[in-house]
Design a binder for this molecule. Structure first.
Ligand code: SF4
Length: 239
């Protein structure tokens, strides 16, 4: 398996912002979002933190097998008590067999939850790993023609500790946003919905604050729990 990074840090987004996590960043994604900050081009080596939270790295040649990754995670868990192990990307569900193997081994030896950060488009793959996943952070992609795929995904994901995030930029249209709200409400009005104001990158511009507040107000008419949470890890310059 080609793994880009393994490190210990804090979750910077969403419901579990601030929780200590171990991140396993897998290579490749089935989408290409304009605001994406993942560098998919370098997969020859995996950057592995030398000690949990040191922000110093050594390189291990890819591919890594499940046993190698499990040993690294177990080591980090001994060094720092950890809330959860996040499989992130890229789109981690492209590597569902790897997740299944590593997560099963981790759960046998570490007292951590398994956290999945996903773009919410690969439902068949999700079903294969649902037994080992505790928390699902699903991004809803506005304006990409993916709403039907998101709906199928949500039907399966809702049995877990699930929340949905939408990145809001200056270009996000009200129509697309309301379609996403309706989609979530059709599954359950109890699903936590998080509006994440975009961190500007390249040509992607921040949304004005009044737009964010207006979007939250509209969403609250259909959903019980709607929060605005920006990317906090970038404010304090950690991964
Ligand atoms: S789904 Fe996530 S990892 Fe994939 S391109 Fe979009 S932002 Fe990047």
């Amino acid at each position: 398996m080609n793994v880009l990074e393994i490190f210990s840090s804090v979750q910077g987004e969403g419901k579990y912002v601030g929780c200590r996590q171990i991140f396993i960043r897998l290579s490749d994604c089935n989408l290409r979002c304009a605001y994406c900050d993942t560098n998919f081009s370098r997969a020859d080596f995996c950057n592995v933190e030398t000690f949990a939270g040191s922000m110093k790295f050594t390189q291990i040649k890819n591919p890594l097998d499940a046993a190698q990754v499990t040993d690294i995670v177990k080591n980090f868990c001994r060094q720092v008590p950890t809330h959860s192990v996040s499989f992130t990307g890229g789109e981690p569900l492209l590597s569902w067999e790897f997740i299944l193997e590593v997560a099963t081994a981790i759960k046998k030896s570490c007292n951590v939850k398994i956290f999945l950060e996903t773009n919410g488009t690969l439902t068949d793959e999700l079903k294969k790993v649902l037994g080992v996943v505790d928390i699902i952070s699903m991004d809803i992609k506005l304006g990409e023609g993916l709403l039907d795929r998101h709906k199928e995904f949500l039907k399966s994901a809702r049995e877990k500790d699930l929340y949905v995030k939408a990145v809001i930029s200056a270009d996000t249209s009200t129509e697309e946003f309301l379609q996403a709200v309706e989609l979530i409400a059709e599954i359950s009005s109890e699903i936590l919905f998080i509006l994440q104001p975009v961190t500007p990158v390249g040509n992607v511009q921040a949304a004005p604050p009044e737009k964010i507040l207006n979007f939250q107000a509209m969403a609250l008419k259909r959903l019980r729990n709607v929060r605005v949470i920006p990317q906090t890890h970038k404010l304090i310059k950690i991964f």
